[in-house]
Ligand binder design. Structure first.
Ligand code: UDP
Ligand code: MG
Length: 316
């Protein structure tokens, strides 16, 4: 098997047929052997039925059906875990990532790279708020992490078997795959493209899912927020110390001391705010620590037509 195409699916009934057609046209022209791995991440529409129909007609169509919605990053992880291709493509189902770019990505891989990611030159049909938050987030992330996570790239990319195997060795529960792939290293390169509008249906990424992904990315690859909490603690304490000196001076030396309600309130509220932020930052890390300590499986598969890894066969 030359190529596994991993496609996370969450309520994509409007796009599955068009996606399948475009993928097959592109991949057939490449004259390689491939499998299409559809990972149904707890869709509540007809996505699963459509995938079953495709699978019954085309043996190259593989599916993994989750027991519930586990999230995009985990769906991709499951697809990679079970895939067997010499290389793997990660692609969104909504046709925002053009399948027509795959030959170019794959060709670069043949030139000796282990990762070829697709970098967005422009994005269409997305709200100004989403574009702005994404832009700010990627730049913030690069500035506070010590690995170079490329800006303006999603998960659309081709990776070699070596990278897939390395990903499988990374046991974290809070996945941020584009960060993990940067962390792995090897020779990486990019191809630029213009990101299209979503073909049909609505985005499955709610703001809360986006915030969680952003926090997973930051906490997974940087300790800067914890350090910022410490530094702001020192800063606020030194300001408080200076204010204390001034208060003592005003009380005992210059005698222009006024009982100050406003200054008291301000300092209490300010300190309280800083403390709560610091506790919150620590909490984000502790929550992820405890998730990793629990060691639950990342996902539960309810049905698949792919061979499962680590099968609990009593004979072996
Ligand atoms: N997706 C998923 N689980 C989710 C949300 C999304 O598997 O909980 C899939 C979705 O079907 C699509 C990809 O992840 O293939 C990207 O999602 P979407 O297009 O909604 O995100 P956006 O492009 O709006 O950031
Ligand atoms: Mg999309």
């Amino acid at each position: 098997m030359d190529l596994s195409v991993v496609i996370p699916i969450y309520n994509e009934e409007a796009n599955i047929h068009a996606l399948y057609d475009r993928l097959c046209r592109v991949l057939d022209a490449m004259r390689i052997s491939y499998e299409l791995v559809f990972v149904n991440d707890g869709s509540r529409d007809q996505s699963l039925a459509l995938i079953h129909t495709l699978a019954s007609r085309d043996p190259r169509v593989r599916y993994i059906d989750f027991s519930r919605n586990f999230g995009h990053q985990i769906a991709v992880t499951a697809g990679l875990d079970l895939s067997s291709g010499a290389a793997a493509v990660i692609i969104d189902a909504d046709l925002q990532d053009p399948p027509e770019l795959i030959p170019e990505l794959h060709q670069k891989l043949q030139q000796g790279y282990e990762v070829v990611y697709a970098k967005r030159r422009s994005r269409q049909g997305e709200s100004a708020a989403k574009k702005l938050t994404a832009k700010v987030f990627y730049r913030l992330l690069t500035s506070i992490t010590n690995i170079s996570i490329p800006v303006d790239t999603g998960d659309f990319r081709v990776i070699s078997r070596k990278v897939v195997e390395a990903l499988k060795q990374m046991p974290e529960q809070n996945k941020f795959i584009r960060g993990q792939i940067s962390w792995i290293g090897y020779r990486q390169t990019c191809v630029e493209y213009d990101r299209a509008e979503r073909a049909g249906g609505a985005t499955g990424y709610t703001y809360s899912k986006m915030i969680r992904l952003a926090l997973d990315g930051i906490t997974g690859f940087s300790d800067a927020p914890l350090k910022a909490a410490t530094i702001s603690g020192f800063l606020v304490s030194s300001i408080a110390f200076l204010v204390m000196l001034y208060t003592l001076y005003a009380r005992f030396v210059s005698h222009d001391y006024q009982p100050g309600w406003a200054s008291l309130m301000i300092s209490i509220l300010f300190l309280g705010g800083v403390q709560l932020i610091a506790v919150g930052i620590i909490g984000e890390y502790i929550a992820r620590l405890s998730a990793n300590v629990r060691q639950r499986p990342l996902y539960i598969i309810s049905d698949t037509n792919m061979p499962m890894p680590h099968s609990t066969d009593p004979g072996t």
